[in-house]
Design a protein around this ligand. Structure first.
Ligand SMILES: [Zn+2]
Length: 233
């Protein structure tokens, strides 16, 4: 994060940051999904030691990065998560031997109210989350989409370009609309295909791994349907 990008307020905005564990020496790349500061230290996911931000001059600026599943990334703390973190802090410190929170606040509710309203909330920023399938889906549909301009220059073979123009003229639509339509259809197909593969895997599992059984059963069912008296064979 050598120099600040003029578009952003923070030098570490959208950087892929290198962290090194002091204990187990493992390197972890953590992406900062936002225009906000990041902590110099965090907890190692492998050994529970401390990881430290290293070689920060070389952190690549990747605003379009899609973090891979199981990697971790910095995100803005959601209000829901803030409540969870504040509550767990109160539980830990309420009856603490040295400085119990119970002496500072009238009740746990009051403590929660004040911590959420005050500076303490900010100290939880940013949240460090693991990119699981649902986090990824929410994020791609939400935060990430917000940061996308929706404009993109694509290079392609001129023959493909020419035939796309031909097709657009023939259909009476703009080249842009045609390409969006084709991409959407393809993405839809991929999702359907994935769903289909998932279903097939389920069936294989039910049949305890015998693909032949599954196919025979499926064909048998289809044939039976075809020969039903009121079937639409
Ligand atoms: Zn470690």
């Amino acid at each position: 994060m050598a120099k600040k990008d003029s578009e952003h307020q923070h030098a570490e905005a959208f950087r892929l940051m290198k962290y090194l564990c002091e204990e187990c020496k493992q390197v972890e790349w953590i992406w900062n999904s936002r225009d906000g500061v990041t902590p110099f230290m965090a907890r190692c996911r492998t050994c529970d030691g401390s990881i430290q931000h290293v070689e920060w001059e070389d952190d690549p600026y990747l605003p379009d990065f899609t973090p891979p599943p199981e990697s971790r990334m910095f995100v803005d703390l959601s209000p829901k998560r803030a409540v969870v973190l504040v509550r767990s802090k109160i539980e830990t410190w309420w009856n603490h031997a040295v400085c119990p929170m119970s002496e500072m606040f009238e009740s746990k509710n009051e403590a929660e109210k004040q911590l959420l309203a005050g500076k303490d909330y900010a100290s939880y920023q940013p949240d460090l989350v693991t990119v699981e399938a649902n986090v990824r889906a929410n994020w791609i549909g939400g935060t990430m989409a917000k940061h996308k301009s929706g404009k993109l220059v694509v290079r392609m073979p001129y023959t493909l370009h020419a035939s796309l123009i031909d097709e657009a003229v023939e259909e009476g639509v703009s080249l842009n609309s045609l390409i969006i339509c084709k991409l959407s259809l393809m993405l839809g197909d991929t999702i359907l295909m994935k769903e289909g593969m998932g279903r097939l895997r389920e069936l294989l599992e039910q049949a305890k791994g015998s693909a032949e059984d599954v196919v025979v059963a499926a064909v048998g069912k289809a044939l039976a349907r075809e020969h039903e008296p009121d079937g639409r064979g």
